[in-house]
Design a protein around this ligand. Structure first.
Ligand code: SF4
Ligand code: SF4
Length: 171
């Protein structure tokens, strides 16, 4: 199934299933590759014909994917994850590349954009868009994609403060 315009989405919430970190190849920009290999060594990435990819374990999962004690999957890179991971499952485009231009259209601060979502993600609830999706989730994804925002809240799995402390302790 192809990408779906955002107007068919009621809400999106990452449930930490980690499926996206197993099913897809993460393409790295040269700068991301440089930063990751400088910190962790070249073994955590993979070189393709003319692209760099995030490395995978034998079960197909990303080398940085961890399982928390409650079963949720966590990214070991957190705020330093590649842009491809930060904006998934959304596609933020200047043109209606995947059709449904009217339903994909999104005006962000006077800028005409076309937003789609990958229906593979189980965090999608279908239906008329909620206020949170329109005013919080999508704008945050746009800001992350354009580089004006680094920290994610609505556009990633929402960790409770208690969980975050526990995660920081390195369990
Ligand atoms: S983005 Fe979607 S597929 Fe990936 S971990 Fe979250 S809910 Fe699962
Ligand atoms: S870098 Fe993080 S978010 Fe990206 S695929 Fe790996 S574990 Fe998932």
């Amino acid at each position: 199934m192809g990408f779906v315009p955002w107007r068919y989405v009621n809400s999106w919430y990452c449930n930490g299933c980690g499926l996206c970190c197993k099913e897809f190849e993460v393409v790295l920009t040269f700068h991301e590759w440089l930063k990751i290999t400088k910190t962790f060594g070249a073994g955590v990435t993979r070189a393709g014909l003319n692209k760099f990819y995030m490395g995978k374990r034998s079960d197909g999962s990303c080398i940085f994917l961890y399982t928390a004690p409650d079963g949720k999957k966590l990214c070991g890179l957190q705020n330093n994850k590649p842009l491809a991971c930060k904006v998934w499952p959304f596609k933020i485009l200047n043109k209606p590349k995947y059709g449904g231009a009217k339903e994909a259209f999104f005006n962000y601060n006077g800028q005409d954009l076309f937003i789609y979502i990958d229906p593979f993600c189980p965090g999608i609830r279908w239906g008329p868009p909620s206020a949170e999706l329109i005013y919080k989730v999508i704008p945050e994804f746009i800001e992350v994609a354009s580089g004006i925002r680094q920290k994610q809240f609505y556009s990633t799995m929402r960790l409770t403060p208690g969980f975050y402390i526990f995660y920081k302790k390195g369990y």
